[in-house]
Design a protein around this ligand. Structure first.
Ligand SMILES: [Zn+2]
Length: 426
């Protein structure tokens, strides 16, 4: 009887546990903080060198001219590709190499890669260098497991996810790196928990509302028109008209946490009036007030109606409130995306979770967006999910860590899923 090849693959990954920890530590020690986009080049080159030794063809793509790109902070991406002589699909693992600022509250060096209590600590351990390391070890073990693999394996380390992905996946997708037939299936090892398969995310609309007034001396406000009072009227409408409507909308997308299964609106910032010069307020009636809104919408909603209901609310105030004028400016938008849970990549990953962890994978969607949006919308590549070892809630926190056991298990899941995708048995 032939030995079970999956068991052999798992054993090989188990045997590489220390190597996986070591790789994660090394990745954490590159302080790839974004902004400004520190140490991208050495981090990308480290990944490139390692995978070149394993027979991958390496390409570095400099996203020249994208936001933040400079001589000091070049936006460098690495793509490693290993083709075989046997026909088959291309399975791609995409991880962002950038991390957010460490911030306050750390009880250890944020870039030290400390190992303690079965965890690797450091900024990016969870989001998402632990996932990147697990995907590298998974792919290497799959290659070394001796199976004659068909098709192509690809691993990328990309820039700038934490600020929109413009110097990373967005740039690459626009240049054809993420589309069929070059790539067929994508797994993004973002931290969504080791037993969950993330199919996509809600949509985003950021906009700025500005109300206008007329300046006058603060001692005679009746001679002016207060833009902040006009904004108060806007907030009142948001509070009493829009918020109840949003709370009543519920999506069929399996978004976690469940509070995000509704439409949401965050009032991101508000600025009105003159700034306090030398700590003392200007004695003026404010002639402008700006409010930034962050609206997260559902796959069942349409972006035009999302914008339309805010505009309608403002137009209502134009009709009803004397002197009310406004501007509404779009700042940023992303459409919701959701992969087919019966598609090859979701199915094979869920099956592998079942095998490795002995429990059913949960299908979820993310409350916020990540680079899947560019792969889906620009690359038109829809067989794309996020799956990785990190614990979602730890992302961007002080003392961020990834569990070593989760990394090992997720590497097994990724290797098994990739193999069934390559062989077309998913
Ligand atoms: Zn991330």
């Amino acid at each position: 009887m032939n030995p079970d090849p999956t068991e052999g693959l798992f054993k090989m990954i188990e045997a590489r546990r220390d190597e996986l920890v070591d790789l994660t530590q090394t990745l954490i020690r590159f302080p790839t903080v974004n902004p400004p986009g520190e140490a991208y080049q050495p981090c990308a080159e480290f990944i490139g060198r390692r995978l070149k030794e394993r027979g991958f063809a390496i390409t570095y793509v400099h996203a020249a001219g994208t936001p933040g790109d400079s001589e000091r902070h070049p936006r460098i991406n690495v793509i490693a590709r290993r083709e075989t002589a046997r026909r088959g699909p291309c399975v791609h693992f995409n991880s962002h190499i950038d991390v957010v600022q460490p911030g306050a509250g750390w009880t250890m060096d944020a870039f030290g890669g400390l190992v303690r209590d079965g965890k690797v600590f450091g900024r990016g351990a969870c989001d998402m260098k632990g996932g990147l390391a697990a995907s590298i070890v998974a792919v290497e073990a799959l290659i070394d497991s001796g199976a004659e693999l068909p098709g192509t394996l690809e691993i990328s380390g990309t820039a700038d996810e934490e600020c929109g992905g413009f110097g990373g996946v967005h740039y690459l997708a626009e240049r054809g790196w993420f589309c069929t037939p070059r790539v067929d299936h994508v797994i993004i090892p973002e931290p969504l928990n080791v037993d969950r398969v993330c199919l996509g995310h809600r949509g985003v609309w950021w906009a700025e509302i500005e109300t206008h007034g007329r300046m006058a001396h603060g001692s005679m406000p009746f001679l002016g028109d207060c833009a902040v009072r006009h904004m108060h009227a806007v907030m009142d409408r948001l509070e009493h008209d829009l918020y109840p409507k949003l709370a009543a909308r519920r999506t069929d997308m399996p978004v976690v946490p469940s509070g995000a299964r509704h439409s949401t609106l965050n009032i991101n910032s508000i600025h009105g009036g003159e700034s306090e010069a030398a700590g003392f307020p200007a004695p003026c009636v404010p002639d402008s007030c700006r409010l930034v809104i962050d609206r997260r919408f559902l796959i069942e909603e349409n972006i035009d109606s999302v914008k339309g209901e805010v505009r309608e609310l403002l137009e209502g105030l134009v009709r009803e409130r004397e002197g009310f004028t406004y501007d509404l400016r779009d700042l940023f938008e992303v459409l919701p995306t959701m992969a087919d849970r019966n598609g090859p990549v979701a199915r094979s990953t869920a099956a592998a979770v079942g095998r490795v962890l002995g429990r059913k994978a949960e299908f979820i969607c993310s409350p916020g967006t990540y680079d899947q949006k560019h792969i889906d919308r620009i690359g038109k590549l829809h067989d794309c999910i996020a799956y990785g070892p990190g614990i979602l809630e730890l992302a961007h926190q002080p003392d961020e860590y990834v569990l070593i056991e989760d990394m090992v298990n997720s590497a097994k899941v990724m290797a098994m899923a990739a193999r069934s995708l390559l062989f077309g048995t998913a």
